[in-house]
Design a protein around this ligand. Structure first.
Ligand code: SAM
Length: 439
C-alpha cells in the first residue's frame, strides 16, 4: 500500500458556520482525516474550511496547481437536498446545478465523493455521481453530530474528538418517538447510500408528461389560491411579462387580455409546443425553449417576471442575476411554488381549512380531478419527480428573503408534507443586489 497514493490527495472540506453548531464540523473533518490515515492512505490529506463557493474553488485549484489528483472529495457541513451550503449564518451560498456542472475537479482514477450533510442522498449525491463520473455517498435523513458512528450518542456541545456526522431519523423527520429513541441511545446511524455515475434512465424533463400536464392544467384558474394571489400582486396596466418555466402556457393565456406582451420560456421542447398551440390566436404572446440559466432578452425588457410552480427546478443564483438584468427598474419578480415541510401541530387548524377548500375545489371540477389523477399516477411523472424533487420550505424561504431583503414569503395552502408558497420581490431596483460570488 505504501507509495500507492503518491500524487493523490483526499480533500475534506467543512463548514464552520452553521447556527451554533459550527465549531463541531472541523472536529468531524479531523476525525475522518485520522481514520483515512489509519486506513493506510499515504497521500496528502487536505482538511480545509469552506465558507464560500470561492473557498471551494481555491481548494480545488491548489490541488491542481500542485499537480495532484483527488481520490476522495468529502464535504462535512450543512446542506439542502440540492447540495452543500457555505457560510450559513447569514447569507448561505450554494453552487447551483449549473455551476457544479461547470466545475473541473481533478479526480484520480477510481475516485469517490462523500457528502456528510443533511439529505444529500435525495438528489445531490446521484447528481454529483452523474456529473463527475465518480461513485458518490450521501445520507437520506437529516444529519447530527454523534460520538459513535454506529448509533447516535450525544456529544452535547462538546467539540472534542473523535466526533462524527451521522444520518439518522429524528424529531424533524419522524416526530417525538424518534427523538426519544435517539435520546435513549437506541437510534442506529443510517448507512451512507452509494450512487453510481449512471445517467438517468430515459428522459427526466417534462417532455414525456407534456400532454398529461396540459390535460390537467388546461385552465390555470384550477390553481385557485395561486391565481388569486397572482391577481393581487400583478400590477394593473399593460405590462410586458416574462413567465419562466411557463409549461403549457396556461398562465399567459389567462392573462392575454390584460398584458401588452407575454413571453414564456421553458426547458422542455414538448411543453413549449403545447404552449404555442394553446396561444395560436394570441399574437402578443410567444414562447421559446431555453437551455440553462440564461434569458435571451435585452436588459430592462419586462415589467414583471413570474415563475409559477417552477422555481424549485431553476438554477437560482445565475438565473436571478438574469432576472434582475431583464426586469425594468421598478418591475417585480413573482414566485409561486410548492415546497416540502411536515405540518406542525400548531398548524392543524389551518391545515384542516386548506384541505377542505382544496377538496371542494377538486370535487367541483371532475374533469380536472380525473386529469390530475392520471398525471400524478403515470410512471413518467413519477420518474420526472424523482429526478426533480421539490425543495424544503426553509431553503426557498431563506433564499428568496435573503436575496430580496425586507420581503416575506407567504403560505397560500398547506398539506401534510408540502405547501404552496408565494413571494413578491417588491420593486426590483430598491437596493436589491443579487449576491453572486462565483466565479
Ligand atoms: C410544474 S410545471 C409548471 C408549469 C406552469 N408554470 C404552470 O404553473 O402550470 C414546471 C415547469 O418548469 C419547467 N422547467 C423545469 N426545469 C426548468 C429549467 N431549468 N428552466 C426552465 N424551465 C424549467 C418544466 O419543463 C415545466 O414546464
Amino acid at each position: 500500500m505504501a507509495g500507492m497514493s503518491k500524487g493523490r490527495s483526499i480533500l475534506i472540506l467543512y463548514t464552520t458556520k452553521y447556527r451554533l453548531g459550527g465549531r463541531q464540523f472541523p472536529v468531524v473533518a479531523q476525525t475522518l482525516a485520522a481514520e483515512k490515515r489509519a486506513s493506510g492512505f499515504d497521500g496528502e490529506i487536505v482538511t480545509r474550511a469552506a465558507e464560500s463557493k470561492r473557498d471551494v474553488l481555491e481548494a480545488i485549484a491548489e490541488i491542481r496547481a500542485a499537480g495532484k489528483t483527488i481520490s476522495e472529495f468529502i464535504f462535512v457541513g450543512h446542506s439542502g437536498m440540492y447540495g452543500p451550503m457555505f457560510g450559513t449564518t447569514a447569507f448561505p451560498e450554494q453552487f447551483s446545478p449549473y455551476e457544479w456542472e461547470q466545475l473541473d475537479i481533478p479526480f484520480a482514477e477510481n475516485a469517490t465523493a462523500a457528502f456528510y450533510c443533511c439529505r444529500s442522498a435525495r438528489w445531490f449525491a446521484p447528481f454529483f455521481a452523474r456529473t463527475f463520473n465518480v461513485p458518490t455517498y450521501g445520507f437520506f435523513w437529516y444529519t447530527t453530530f454523534s460520538r459513535s458512528k454506529e448509533k447516535y450518542v450525544s456529544a452535547g456541545d462538546s467539540a472534542d474528538g473523535p466526533l462524527y456526522t451521522i444520518g439518522c431519523m429524528g424529531r424533524k423527520s419522524h416526530g417525538y418517538l424518534a427523538a426519544a429513541k435517539k435520546r435513549l441511545g437506541f437510534m442506529p446511524a443510517e448507512e451512507m447510500k452509494r450512487f453510481e455515475p449512471r445517467p438517468p434512465d430515459g428522459d427526466t424533463s417534462y417532455d414525456h408528461v407534456a400532454e398529461l400536464y396540459d390535460a390537467a392544467f388546461q385552465d390555470i384558474r384550477v390553481r385557485q389560491d395561486e391565481w388569486k394571489w397572482l391577481n393581487e400582486h400583478l400590477p394593473t396596466g399593460n405590462i410586458d411579462i416574462l413567465d419562466i418555466g411557463c409549461g403549457n402556457g396556461a398562465l399567459l393565456y389567462a392573462l392575454r387580455d390584460r398584458i401588452a406582451t407575454g413571453i414564456g420560456v421553458d426547458e422542455s421542447a414538448g411543453i413549449i409546443e403545447r404552449a404555442k398551440l394553446k396561444n395560436t390566436a394570441n399574437e402578443h404572446v410567444s414562447f421559446q425553449k431555453i437551455d440553462g440559466p440564461v434569458l435571451p432578452f435585452p436588459d430592462n425588457s419586462f415589467d414583471v417576471v413570474t415563475s409559477l410552480m417552477s422555481f424549485r427546478y431553476l438554477d437560482w443564483d445565475p438565473l436571478l442575476a438574469e432576472i434582475k438584468r431583464v426586469t425594468r427598474p421598478g418591475g417585480k419578480f413573482l414566485v409561486v411554488d410548492m415546497v416540502t415541510v411536515p405540518v406542525a401541530a400548531r398548524e392543524y387548524p389551518r391545515l384542516l381549512g386548506d384541505k377542505l377548500r382544496t377538496m371542494r375545489n377538486q370535487k367541483s371540477n371532475a374533469r380536472f380531478d380525473a386529469a390530475l389523477k392520471r398525471l400524478v399516477s403515470h410512471p413518467d411523472w413519477k420518474k420526472m419527480v424523482e429526478y426533480n424533487p421539490i425543495r424544503s420550505e426553509h431553503e426557498m424561504k431563506w433564499y428568496l428573503e435573503s436575496r430580496f431583503p425586507g420581503q416575506k414569503m407567504e403560505v397560500l395552502n398547506m398539506a401534510w408534507h408540502s405547501r404552496i408558497v408565494a413571494f413578491d420581490s417588491g420593486p426590483v431596483e430598491n437596493g436589491v443586489e443579487v449576491k453572486l460570488t462565483y466565479p
